[in-house]
Design a protein around this ligand. Structure first.
Ligand code: G3H
Length: 539
């Protein structure tokens, strides 16, 4: 045990009143077909990353429990969604867009009432700092509001008729069917809702299974979901992935699979679907985003971007910088400044003012990270910063590891935690090779000033990754920008407007432009006889 970290959990004994959550939440409720049902079976304990002292040493505090549903309940949830969709004839998939929007607006108002509790649960369940937890909540609400606005815009644009070669047509977007939405533990609210709400708004019905951590924070929203949507439109289940989600995929009744997690997990689940050609997948997967620091980079900017890029939320972001490729000519000055900046980051509890580093929610994660560091040490690297890699319970002190080479796991594997591999290079071609040969292809950051060299790196990477960031860390936002990835990093593109597209398909009504046909269409429109063929304008 390290002295320097010994006090880290002492603030957990007396958190401020504003950061408290109920002592223990035994959740038994789950949502199927518009009803909150009560589970009488086994429960899974919810372990906080925040540790408490026990006779056996530091242990993750148990803050509640959630239902361990079986395949029977998850299939019941799926059946409710299938009924509500009713082969596309259900009230929800055929509802006018303006009405669907009203349902979601009702939800947003109810969600806002739970802000404090959800924010506190984000701190206690996944160790997100208060500032970042508040940001996650507000960003999620804003994302849903922006999605409503994008949908209104999409709907307004589809009012017009296209006239081509004597044929007139109106093209609109319609739902795909039943969606299964699963999000990750690092953004258990934001990333799940950024697929769930576009799916709902486009008229799909949904089965939603919360992430493996950040589960209790959905509980305060269950009533809002129940009251805001017609029965069966949104169903929320809990339990082990294999047992619950496996059964859903095997049923063949899932039409859209929205999943943020590992590529192995996504592949295994996709394979279970008996008719893979009928399954549309929207996936956000692993990444190993590199930063390339050229020798003319503005060092202060590069250091500041790389500190947040590698370590915000302890490096547990899919978009985090996971390896820093530093030109050998600036290696020493960069490492000095970077090590000093990392040393200034404050470790502590999520609610403490100015805290930047917090404990990790995944049991076994410190040991996994230690394994990566040990492997690098065996192959000739060193930990450069004081206390780097020290472990205290669920807390792992950030480790800057250099020089990293191809034989090390840290070169290839996504660490998803506070370990920062440094890879020195001499020739830009080495950096390009790293990007091209990587199994992943989400994003890349380039730091430098020489436009010619930067342009060459851009051109060499443009067909490899989904976003190239100049003198800036990798990130998803702004949420109106496309967010995707190549290779094992993603399937499909998300953004406020793109998500509406991925959860829908275009259908059109077309007819020869004869007087008789025009009269029929005119009647349908003026008498408002169809929900689909319509020129109703949403204000
Ligand atoms: O974990 C992946 C998130 O989508 C990253 O979003 O770049 O805004 O932190 P962010």
């Amino acid at each position: 045990m390290s002295n320097h970290l010994e006090q880290i959990f002492s603030a957990a004994v007396e958190p401020p009143a504003s950061a408290r959550i109920p002592d223990f939440t035994e959740q038994r409720e789950y949502l199927i077909d518009g009803k909150l049902l009560t589970w009488q079976g086994d429960l899974a304990p919810v372990r906080s990353p925040i540790c408490v002292k026990t006779d056996k040493g530091l242990e993750q505090k148990i803050i509640g429990s959630t239902p361990l549903l079986t395949s029977k309940e998850s299939l019941a949830a799926l059946d409710a969604a299938v009924r509500a969709y009713d082969l596309g004839r259900g009230a929800w998939p055929t509802m006018r867009v303006a009405e669907r929007i009203e349902h979601v607006e009702r939800f947003i108002a109810r969600m806002q009432e739970q802000r404090q509790l959800v924010v506190n649960l984000l701190m206690w369940e996944i160790g997100k700092t208060q500032k970042d937890a508040e940001k996650e909540f507000d960003r999620t609400r804003d994302y849903i509001v922006e999605t409503l606005n994008a949908l209104k815009e999409l709907d307004r644009n589809s009012i017009r008729f296209v006239q081509e070669q004597g044929i007139m047509g109106q093209v609109r977007r319609v739902p795909l069917g039943v969606a299964l939405c699963m999000g990750p533990y690092n953004y258990p609210l934001n990333e799940t809702f950024s697929t769930l709400f576009p799916a709902l708004l486009m008229g799909n019905t949904v089965v939603f299974k919360p992430a493996k951590f950040g589960v209790l924070l959905i509980r305060p929203l269950l009533e809002a979901f129940r009251d805001s949507f017609p029965p069966g439109v949104i169903n929320i289940i809990y339990g082990r992935g294999r047992e619950t989600v496996g059964a859903l995929m095997e049923s063949g009744k899932v039409d859209v699979f929205a999943f943020i997690g590992t590529n192995q997990g996504a592949s295994e689940l996709k394979k279970m679907h008996p008719k893979p050609h009928r399954l549309k997948a929207v996936l956000g997967l692993d990444a190993k985003n590199p930063a390339v620091l050229l020798e003319d980079a503005d060092l202060d900017n590069a250091v500041s971007e790389c500190v947040t890029g590698t370590l915000s939320f302890n490096g547990q972001r899919c978009t985090a910088l996971k390896i820093l490729l530093v030109h050998r000519k600036i290696l020493q000055p960069f490492l000095e400044k970077f090590t000093a900046a990392v040393g200034k980051l404050k470790p502590g509890m999520p609610w403490e003012p100015g805290v930047a580093l917090t404990p990790l929610p995944e049991p076994g994660k410190p040991a996994f990270l230690k394994g990566l560091v040990d492997d690098a040490l065996q192959h000739g690297a060193q930990v450069l910063n004081p206390h780097g890699g020290e472990i205290h319970g669920s807390f792992f002190s950030p480790a800057i590891v250099s020089p990293v080479n191809e034989r090390m796991r840290l070169y290839h594997e996504e660490q998803f935690g506070p370990v920062i591999p440094i890879l020195p290079f001499d020739d830009d071609e080495e950096a390009i090779r790293y990007v091209v040969n990587s199994q992943f292809g989400q994003q890349l950051s380039i730091f430098g000033k020489d436009s010619k060299r930067i342009a060459r790196l851009i051109d060499a990477s443009a067909n490899q990754v989904g976003r190239i960031n100049l003198n800036t860390q990798c990130q998803r936002g702004p949420d109106t920008f496309p967010f995707n990835g190549r290779k094992d990093s993603a399937e499909g593109t998300l953004s406020v407007s793109d998500a509406l597209r991925v959860f829908s398909i275009r259908t059109l009504v077309a007819t020869k432009t004869t007087a008789e046909n025009k009269a029929i269409v005119h009647n349908i429109l003026t008498q408002r006889e169809s929900s689909f063929l319509s020129t109703d304008y949403i204000f």
